[in-house]
Design a protein around this ligand. Structure first.
Ligand SMILES: [Zn+2]
Length: 610
């Protein structure tokens, strides 16, 4: 069997060797055992299901929560010559049946599926009659309401599995606390499962938590200390990603930004920059990172405090995958640390607010009780928020929550639409070239529409260029509508069902988020223990002090060093940029020296030794 594994690995992946634990996991799956694997980011999780899927007879069903991730995997598998198919995203019943036929007769090895699809009896009935090799559950922590990314639709996997007559299961995740591991076992109905849990500790990763009134100064120092290195900067919102990237550009840094709201073209352009530039700086939201294979990220900065330790751990895991030294730097204003957990709950709607948003949405689309519309709706975010009398941000977060509970599918603004208005003189005389091309493409729309203004989505860049050129010559008016989203209802309208669902899941969710925020704050505030140890403890593992985090290295800087340094007057910033030590610790040391009367502060706010 080992030889078979080696040959397949060489043939399709071109590798000679598996990484630690991969071989054990793959063998367990090949022996048709239920298997649970917790492997940190970059440890090669996907290979653990892809390789056995090739070796076993039948089709492997992979359940994953993220369409983007499944798309990436599909593309990657195709380049490796593996027959794989996707059953995710909105599709008509005809298309669904056609794809199921393909799975039955098409010699496929891997099928990717969103968990919602397993609830569809059409799908489960057909799959029951197809030879399946095993069921792989990616991001298995999503099944646990104690995890940082709970998705109720994941609970349907257990029901599906019960129907599938002892189909072996492989549950994969990068992060799982003991409580989450327990939840995965019970919800996926794992039977006598083999468990493989990789170490949480990253030996060459130095964790630093730096606080100061002005975190931009801290960022500036970090970037200057890490010139010509590959850097990731995590922020919490899309607008901040854009703003900070712009700011850094004006300061002369070569950088880009990434978030879920970009068009597919923009995403792939920015991804290409990150994977090919020698020393890229990427400002991004948590949407960036999964499935990205860059080994030499030297610095991961958290410009904002992450929502949970799990998320934080996952993101810092993207640094130093080549096992070389790397730094994870979290910067924050001091006062944000103290109020972090307290303000965390404010960013989530309550159960009643969420139900209200749901009612306003079904009202907006005029969906009758019991009705399950087939079509995908378009939603102008600010316009509809205004109509609903709800702040756009709350409206957006509410709809996102409804998506999380499997009520609807919410399309990001990847499909950018434009408002086009024909000018009276517009296309009276048919021109040649671009104008004619544009006119032919739009004429149908133009004739169908009672008004000369309509929404249009350009499917090719050439067409968009033609339209821009026509707009320049005042033949049409062209206005981008950047806040257009799509909504597809995943379930029929049943108000009582939704109300119950929200009560059962959303209230515990809010409480859990609070718990995550409390734990994050503990981690931020605890300056009396090794940071890596704190993280390992959170994941139920024990480890010795790392020796390279902010706590472990605090004693390296002595009062004598500081004293020597300020033999000429120095500002606090001079200290921060010179000593490898957290600003808050420096402040304590300098405070002690000052109160002992050894140093003093002059009129320029500079420290000097007396
Ligand atoms: Zn340490």
């Amino acid at each position: 069997m080992i030889q078979e594994i080696q040959d397949t690995l060489k043939k399709h992946w071109g590798f000679d060797q598996l990484r630690p634990l991969q071989s054990e996991i793959i063998q367990s799956v090949l022996h048709k055992k239920d298997t649970l694997a917790v492997l940190s980011t970059g440890a090669g999780k996907s290979l653990c299901y892809q390789l056995p899927a090739l070796l076993l007879p039948g089709v492997c069903v992979v359940v994953s929560p993220l369409v983007a991730l499944m798309e990436d995997q599909l593309t990657e598998l195709k380049t490796k010559g593996v027959k794989a198919l996707g059953l995710f995203g909105p599709m008509s019943e005809d298309t669904l049946v056609q794809r199921l036929d393909n799975i039955s007769y098409g010699d496929y090895k891997i099928v990717f599926m969103a968990p919602e699809r397993l609830q569809n009896p059409l799908v489960s009935n057909r799959l029951a009659h197809i030879e399946l090799s095993f069921l792989a559950v990616d991001e298995a922590h999503c099944i646990s309401q104690w995890g940082h990314d709970f998705r109720p639709s994941y609970r349907s996997i257990g029901t599906f599995r019960a129907l599938m007559n002892k189909l072996p299961i492989l549950a994969l995740t990068a992060t799982a606390t003991p409580k989450v591991v327990e939840d995965i076992h019970s919800n996926l109905l794992l039977n006598d499962a083999q468990e493989f849990i990789g170490p949480v500790v990253r030996t060459a990763l130095s964790i630093k938590r730096h606080y100061h009134v002005n975190k931009d100064l801290l960022l500036d120092i970090a970037l200057k200390q890490n010139v010509q290195k590959c850097i990731l900067i995590y922020v919490r919102s899309r607008s901040k990603a854009e703003k900070l990237s712009h700011q850094l550009k004006t300061e002369g840094y070569d950088c880009s930004y990434y978030h879920a709201g970009l068009s597919p073209e923009e995403k792939s352009k920015r991804l290409k920059y990150f994977t090919t530039a020698i020393h890229p700086i990427m400002v991004c939201t948590s949407a960036f990172g999964m499935g990205i294979d860059r080994q030499d990220v030297r610095l991961v900065v958290h410009y904002d405090i992450p929502e949970s330790l799990e998320q934080y751990y996952q993101e810092i895991g993207r640094a130093g995958r080549d096992q070389e030294n790397a730094t994870a730097l979290l910067i924050s204003e001091e006062e944000r640390i103290l109020g972090f957990a307290e303000t965390a709950s404010e960013s989530y709607p309550t159960v009643d607010q969420l139900y209200d948003i749901y009612k306003k949405l079904v009202g907006l689309f005029q969906i009758a009780a019991g009705e399950h519309p087939d079509q995908t709706y378009t939603l102008g975010l600010s316009e509809s928020a205004h109509k609903a009398g709800i702040k756009p941000r709350d409206w957006y977060l509410g709809i996102r929550s409804l998506e999380k509970y499997g009520i609807l599918q919410f399309g990001e603004t990847t499909k950018k639409e434009w408002l086009i208005t024909f000018e009276p003189s517009g296309f009276g005389n048919k021109d040649q070239g671009d104008d004619d091309l544009l006119f032919r493409a739009l004429s149908q729309k133009f004739h169908d529409s009672k008004h000369p203004t309509f929404r249009y989505r350009f499917t090719s860049l050439k067409m968009l260029k033609a339209a821009e050129s026509a707009a320049k010559r005042s033949k049409i008016k062209l206005i981008p509508t950047t806040d257009i989203y799509t909504i597809h209802w995943a379930v029929p309208r049943e108000d009582q069902f939704v109300k119950k669902l929200l009560r059962t899941h959303h209230q515990p969710y809010i409480e859990l988020r609070q718990d995550h925020a409390n734990k994050m704050q503990d981690f931020l505030e605890n300056q009396n223990q090794c940071a890596m140890q704190l993280i390992a403890e959170h994941f139920g593992q024990e480890t010795k002090a790392c020796g390279i985090c902010d706590f472990c290295t605090a004693s390296i800087v002595t009062q004598e060093d500081l004293l020597r340094f300020c033999s000429t007057p120095r500002s606090f910033m001079d200290f921060i940029s010179t000593f490898d030590c957290s600003p808050q610790h420096l402040k304590i040391l300098l405070g002690e020296l000052e109160s002992e009367g050894i140093i003093a502060v002059n009129h320029e706010a500079k420290f000097y030794s007396k």
